[in-house]
Design a protein around this ligand. Structure first.
Ligand SMILES: C[S@@+](CC[C@H](N)C(=O)[O-])C[C@H]1O[C@@H](n2cnc3c(N)ncnc32)[C@H](O)[C@@H]1O
Length: 271
């Protein structure tokens, strides 16, 4: 049926903001977002209308758009995300920016380990910029690895990727030029806000002090880094001092702040 866009909007739940409504409408109708602004009449089937109504209700109870439409933009690509993966966060893009700073030669033959890869957004965004780089995507969650594999296919990067199910370094062999990692770092029991409630527990919580993953990863990382290799590690708010203490002899070469001025990524060098 053809419907006047204004009339359609007046039939939909009003507690979802207009931008989100348009994003969901775009998703259902599979037309570009900008096009909606120039469209007066919408061609929508009954099925699409029901689907849109369902999505708007999910949004009105707090489900993030990314979890509803099952994808999210990160750096230069769109990544599939599901209930088994953390939705890529904008602050994590800082790891890609730092990588570009420490590996200035785009044609370099670099090997990278993305530890706790989730959707694979960090590692895949990096090798998309380095045509000769290879990537090992590792996670304890089989479901997350399947999503990372889909993302590798969708970004045409799969031929340079390998996938390993592992508890941190337990099943990892060999050495890498770089390790990138955004581990779970929220303290157990922390009251999550609505948008984070839909991310998997295993991707969020890092034990009673939020530091469990760092205690597993940092004492072993040098063994898996070539001499002169780098670890790019995301941290939570206020964790810099404790994480640097855990790192002991691994040299910290930069502590980078995200766009909100929060210390977010530590760069370590195996030098
Ligand atoms: C904060 S999420 C980060 C996901 C992705 N790298 C990103 O930045 O969007 C942490 C990831 O670590 C994985 N993880 C949790 N515990 C792990 C473990 N013991 N060994 C390997 N991966 C683990 C989770 O499954 C999750 O995918």
């Amino acid at each position: 049926m053809f419907l006047d866009l204004k009339r359609l909007l007046s039939h939909l739940p009003t507690d979802v903001d207009r931008h989100d409504t348009f994003l969901l409408l775009q998703h259902v109708l599979k037309i570009p977002y900008e096009k909606l602004f120039f469209t007066k009449k919408i061609n929508i089937t009954d099925q699409e209308f029901i689907e849109l109504d369902k999505y708007l209700h999910l949004r009105s109870v707090g489900m993030p758009i990314a979890k509803i439409v099952e994808h999210k933009a990160f750096y230069n690509n769109e990544f599939k995300t599901t209930i088994d993966t953390l939705d890529p966060r904008p602050e994590t893009e800082l790891i890609v920016d730092l990588f570009l700073k420490y590996f200035p030669y785009k044609s370099a033959h670099i090997s990278i380990l993305d530890l706790g890869c989730g959707t694979g957004c960090i590692g895949l965004s990096i090798i998309d910029l380095y045509p000769n780089a290879t990537l090992c995507l590792a996670d304890i969650s089989e479901e997350a690895l399947a999503v990372a594999e889909d993302n590798a296919k969708n970004t045409n990067l799969k031929q340079r990727c390998s996938f390993i199910k592992t508890d941190w370094f337990k099943n990892i062999n060999g050495q890498f030029d770089a390790v990138v990692c955004n581990p779970p770092y929220i303290e157990n029991g922390y009251q999550l806000d609505k948008s984070t409630l839909y991310d998997p527990h295993i991707a969020l919580f890092g034990g009673n002090d939020g530091l469990e993953a760092y205690k597993e990863i940092l004492p072993c990382v040098r063994k898996f880094l070539r001499s002169g290799g780098f670890l790019f590690l995301e941290i939570g708010i206020g964790q810099r001092i404790e994480v640097c203490k855990i790192a002991k002899s691994t040299t910290v070469i930069e502590i980078a702040k995200d766009l909100q001025g929060i210390e977010r990524t530590i760069v370590f060098c195996n030098g």
